[in-house]
Design a protein around this ligand. Structure first.
Ligand SMILES: [Zn+2]
Length: 227
């Protein structure tokens, strides 16, 4: 059995931090994926979203299609062992795998809300309406669809560059009582998530990291399964 899986089974209160690497085997692209010749992350700034909502939601709807990916064995392993998850991912695959506790530091692609009145709606429904409008080049209709009945403008529930990360207090509270912190599929280049491993270690948690083969780290090999 992989050491990480064994440690999760032995731990009293394990917690996981996950990043893009855990969703890659599901076929979810990363922010390095190119869009119109540039990394998609270049389009995910708050300023761009505010100045060019038509351009922004075209990228958003391309990303919303990622939510259709299936969870893989690594997501399923964390869910079946009931490991609370802190994630940098916005694809919703942990919830789809059945994880009960998921803190989404960077928000999610599923929800759309109005900046003025706060009403929530589904991104899948919005993007289903928008895609044909983009295909037809009807940008005036796109803008009309992005207007809420209250007069405000619809916005994605994703944390953009320039926004504050969410749920850090909740994430740290989770780590206060944890005895094993597994860091999966992230090279921890993004702050403040990158400070969480040190935070957990200072509180006495054992730290394990895997940023390459997330599925192998969390699933039993066939020869072990027979034992
Ligand atoms: Zn509204």
């Amino acid at each position: 059995m992989p050491a990480m899986l064994e440690a999760i089974r032995a731990a009293a209160r394990p917690v996981a931090l996950t990043g893009a690497g855990i969703s890659a085997p599901s076929g979810v692209p990363t922010f390095q994926t190119r869009w119109r010749g540039r990394p998609i992350r270049d389009f995910l700034g708050r300023e761009f979203c505010q100045n060019d909502p038509v351009g922004f939601f075209e990228v958003y709807c391309a990303m919303e299609a990622w939510c259709g990916a299936p969870p893989n064995a690594a997501h399923l392993a964390l869910a079946s062992h009931q490991v609370p998850v802190i994630t940098q991912n916005i694809d919703g695959l942990h919830q789809k795998a059945g994880s009960g506790k998921v803190i989404e530091l960077h928000g999610n692609l599923r929800k759309i809300y109005c900046r003025a009145c706060g009403i929530e709606t589904s991104a899948a429904a919005l993007c289903a309406d928008l895609r044909p409008l983009y295909a037809a080049g009807n940008h005036a209709a796109v803008l009309r669809r992005l207007a809420c009945a209250c007069g405000g403008r619809l916005d994605g529930d994703v944390v953009l560059y320039g926004d504050a990360v969410r749920g850090m207090d909740e994430a740290m509270a989770l780590l206060d009582g944890c005895d094993l912190f597994v860091v999966i599929g992230t090279t921890l280049t993004t702050y403040p998530a990158a400070m969480l491993p040190d935070y957990a270690r200072r509180r006495g948690a054992r730290l394990m990291m895997e940023d390459r083969d997330c599925v192998a780290a969390l699933t039993e090999q066939e020869k072990d399964a027979k034992v």
